[in-house]
Design a binder for this molecule. Structure first.
Ligand code: G3I
Ligand code: 9MR
Length: 592
C-alpha cells in the first residue's frame, strides 16, 4: 500500500513527537499542577488543576517518562472568583489504566506522581482513623502500634483526679470533689476534652459504621484491640465513649460541658502536661449531644452484648437521663465569659459555646426515636423549624438527625414515615445546591464555591459537604452525588489553592507543622500521621496572629506553621468527616 506523503509526514512527526516527549529529560517538578496527591479510581473522574499561564497540551506519562499513556488539552482558562487567579483543567478521566503516573506540561514541568488503582483511598481512610489512636488519653502508645510516635501515657493521673469546678457543683458534689474521668481523645492540638466536640465526632464515626458496616469490618488500623471481634472503628470509638459516660453526673443525668485545665498547656508532650483538671458547668448542648451519641451507640453495641455485657443498655439509660436533664434545663447554654464572672478559677480553654440548641434537640430526638421507636421523642421537637439545611459543624448538628432518620427509613413509625418525603427533599435539595455551578469553579470542586467556606476548620466544611453528597447518593443512587463528593476528597488531598495535602503523613506536599502539641514537642521531624489540618481560613491572621501569612485571598490563607492554630491545627471533629468521606468513597468505589 502506498501511503500518501502528507499522511506519512504526519505519522513521522507524530511518532517523533511521541518519543521526543517520552525521551526528554525529567521536567522540573512544578507545584502549579494541583492534583489529588494520592490518586484516582480507575473508573472515576480524574481532574488536575493547572494554575498560572500554561495552556495547550498535557501528557500523562510513567514517572520515568518512558511511556506516554494519555494526551489531552488543557481547558480554557477559568478565573478563580475568590483570588482572581487563572486556572485550567487537565481532565484525564478517560485514562483507566492502573499504574503510577505523572502529568507533564511542556514548558511548565511535571506533577507529583499519583496512582490510578482500586482502593486508592483505603490508606487515607485507615490512616485518618488511626489518627484517633494517637489522640488517646490515659494510655501509653507503644512503638508496636505507634511506631516512631510512641509516647508515655498522658493524663493517667490527672484524669483520675479531676476536680469539680465551682461552676459545676451539685448537691452530692461540692466544689473540689475529686472524680475519675479517664480515657477519651485529646480534642485537637490541645489536651482538653470537650463533650460537644466529642458529640459530632462520635456521631460521624458511628454513622460511617451504620452506613457501611461491611466496609468497616475490613478497615484495619493496627491498634491494641485489633484482634478482638469488634471492628477497629468501634474499638476506637469505645475509647472515647467510655470517657463520655464518666462525664454524666449519676445524681441528676446532667453532663459536664468539658474536662479541662483552666488555661491551655504549653507546647509539651502529654505526660508533661500535669496541670490540674476540672469538670466545668453542665450544659444543655453537652447533654443533648451526649444523649444523641449514647442513643446511637446503644443501637450499635446491642449485637455485641457478649463482648460488652450491658453496655448497650447502659448507653440507652444514660441517653434518656441526659434528655430528661435537658428538658429540665433548656436554657443552660455554656457561656464562658458569663461563667468566668461568677466562678474561679477562670477558664480560658476552648468554649464550644452555642446560642441556640434547637439543632441539638433535633439530633438527640432523632437518635432516641430511632433507637426506642418511641414517638414521644419524635414529637418533642420541630424537625423543620425553618427552611434551612445547615451544613454540620460542632455548633450545628441538625443534619446528623436527618441522616439518621433517612438511614432508618424502613423502620420509622407512622409519624416518621409521614415526614419522610420532606426529609428526603431537604437532603437532596441541599445536595443539589452543593452541585450547582461546580463546573464553573476554578478548581471544579464543591468546596470553595464561596469564600465563606474558608472558616476556621474549613477542611471539615469540605469533608462535611462530601458527607451530605454521600447521603444524597444513598437516597437516590444517582452517581452525580458520588462524583461531586470525590471532588472534595481531591480538594483535601491536594487539588486546592494552597497545593498542600491537608492530611499529615500523606501525599507529596503534606502538612508538616500542625499546631499539635505532641507533633511540636516530640522532637521527630514528621508530624503524628493521619491528622487533618484545619485548612485555609480567611480570618486566620487576625485570630492566631501567627507571623508569615502572605496570602491575599481566603482560599490561600493558610500557613504550615505550628503557631497558626486558626489555619493549621488538627481536631477530632475534622478528622472524623475525613474518615467518613474517604471510607464511604472506598465502600462505593465500584459505583462511580
Ligand atoms: O461561622 C462563622 C462565619 O459565619 C463567619 O463569617 C466567620 C467570621 O469570623 O466566623 C465564623 O465563625 C468562626 C467559627 O470558628 C467557625 O466554625 C469563628 O469566628 C471562630 O472564632 C470559631 O473558631 C472556633 C475556635 O475553636 C475558636 O473558638 C472553631 O470553630 C473551633 O473549631 C475551635 O475549636 C478549638 C477549641 O476551641 C479548642 N481545641 C482546639 C479546637 C480546634 O481549633
Ligand atoms: O493551643 C490552643 C488551641 O488548641 C486553640 O484552638 C487556640 C484557640 O482557642 O488556642 C491555642 O492556645 C493559644 C492561646 O489561645 C493563646 N496563647 C497561645 C496558645 C497556643 O500556643
Amino acid at each position: 500500500m502506498r501511503i500518501p506523503q502528507p499522511v506519512l509526514i504526519f505519522l513521522l512527526f507524530g511518532v517523533y513527537g511521541f518519543f521526543r516527549i517520552a525521551a526528554s529529560q525529567a521536567q522540573p517538578l512544578t507545584s502549579s499542577i494541583r492534583l489529588n496527591q494520592i490518586g484516582y479510581y480507575p473508573n472515576a473522574p480524574k481532574v488536575a488543576i493547572v494554575v498560572g499561564d500554561a495552556s495547550g497540551d498535557f501528557q500523562i506519562t510513567t514517572p520515568d517518562l518512558k511511556k506516554v499513556v494519555f494526551r489531552g488539552t488543557l481547558s480554557p482558562a477559568r478565573t478563580n472568583a475568590i483570588s482572581g487567579k487563572t486556572a485550567r483543567t487537565a481532565d484525564f478521566s478517560a485514562l483507566k489504566t492502573a499504574g503510577t503516573f505523572v502529568i507533564q506540561i511542556p514548558g511548565l514541568g511535571q506533577s507529583y506522581p499519583f496512582e490510578i488503582k482500586k482502593d486508592v483511598h483505603r490508606a487515607v481512610a485507615a490512616g485518618s482513623l488511626k489518627g484517633f489512636y494517637y489522640q488517646r488519653v490515659s494510655t501509653e502508645l507503644p512503638a508496636r502500634f505507634a511506631g516512631q510516635w510512641a509516647r508515655p501515657a498522658g493524663h493517667g493521673k490527672e484524669d483520675t483526679q479531676v476536680l469539680v469546678h465551682p461552676s459545676a457543683v451539685s448537691p452530692g458534689r461540692p466544689a473540689g470533689t475529686v472524680l475519675s474521668s479517664p480515657r477519651g481523645w485529646y480534642d485537637a492540638g490541645d489536651y482538653n476534652k470537650y463533650i460537644v466536640n466529642s458529640g459530632i465526632t462520635m456521631g460521624t464515626l458511628l454513622s460511617l459504621y451504620e452506613d457501611f458496616p461491611a466496609f468497616c469490618q475490613t478497615l484495619k488500623t493496627d491498634i491494641p484491640e485489633s484482634e478482638n471481634r469488634l471492628p477497629d472503628i468501634l474499638d476506637e470509638s469505645l475509647w472515647n465513649l467510655r470517657w463520655m459516660l464518666t462525664m454524666q453526673d449519676p445524681a441528676d443525668g446532667g453532663v459536664y460541658h468539658k474536662l479541662t485545665n483552666a488555661r491551655f498547656d504549653g507546647m509539651v508532650m502529654p505526660d508533661k502536661a500535669t496541670k490540674e483538671r476540672y469538670v466545668v458547668q453542665k450544659s444543655v448542648t453537652a447533654a443533648l449531644d451526649f444523649a444523641a451519641v449514647m442513643a446511637q451507640a446503644s443501637r450499635i453495641f446491642k449485637p455485641f452484648n457478649r463482648e460488652l455485657p450491658g453496655l448497650a443498655d447502659s448507653c440507652l439509660t444514660a441517653a434518656k437521663r441526659a434528655w430528661q436533664w435537658a428538658k429540665q434545663h433548656p436554657d443552660a447554654l455554656y457561656r464562658q465569659s458569663v461563667m468566668n464572672e461568677k466562678f474561679d478559677p477562670d477558664v480560658s480553654t476552648g468554649e464550644y459555646g452555642d446560642r441556640d440548641a434547637s439543632d441539638e434537640w433535633i439530633w438527640a430526638a432523632s437518635e432516641l426515636y430511632v433507637t426506642t421507636q418511641d414517638d414521644a421523642y419524635y414529637s418533642a421537637v420541630n424537625l423543620f423549624p425553618d427552611e434551612k439545611t445547615p451544613l454540620p459543624s460542632w455548633a450545628q448538628v441538625r443534619l446528623l438527625g436527618y441522616y439518621t432518620l433517612a438511614r432508618f427509613e424502613k423502620s420509622l413509625t407512622a409519624a416518621g414515615k409521614k415526614d419522610f418525603p420532606q426529609l428526603k427533599q431537604r437532603l437532596t435539595g441541599f445536595a443539589n445546591e452543593l452541585l450547582l455551578d461546580v463546573d464553573k469553579q476554578a478548581y471544579q470542586t464543591v468546596m470553595g464555591k464561596s469564600a465563606q467556606d474558608y472558616i476556621w476548620g474549613s477542611s471539615a466544611v469540605a469533608a462535611n459537604q462530601g458527607i451530605a453528597l454521600i447521603q444524597a447518593y444513598r437516597l437516590t443512587s444517582d452517581k452525580i452525588y458520588l462524583r461531586a463528593a470525590l471532588t472534595n476528597l481531591d480538594y483535601l488531598l491536594g487539588r486546592n489553592a494552597t497545593g498542600y495535602c491537608f492530611v499529615t503523613g500523606f501525599g507529596d506536599k503534606p502538612v508538616m507543622n500542625p499546631h499539635h502539641r505532641p507533633s511540636v514537642a516530640d522532637g521527630i521531624e514528621a508530624p503524628v500521621p493521619g491528622l487533618l489540618s484545619g485548612g485555609p481560613n480567611g480570618n486566620a491572621p487576625k485570630q492566631d496572629k501567627c507571623e508569615g501569612y502572605t496570602a491575599t485571598s481566603a482560599d490561600e490563607m493558610f500557613i504550615d506553621a505550628s503557631c497558626s492554630y486558626a489555619s493549621n491545627e488538627i481536631a477530632i471533629n475534622w478528622n472524623a468527616p475525613l474518615v467518613y468521606l474517604a471510607g464511604a468513597l472506598e465502600a462505593l468505589q465500584a459505583k462511580q
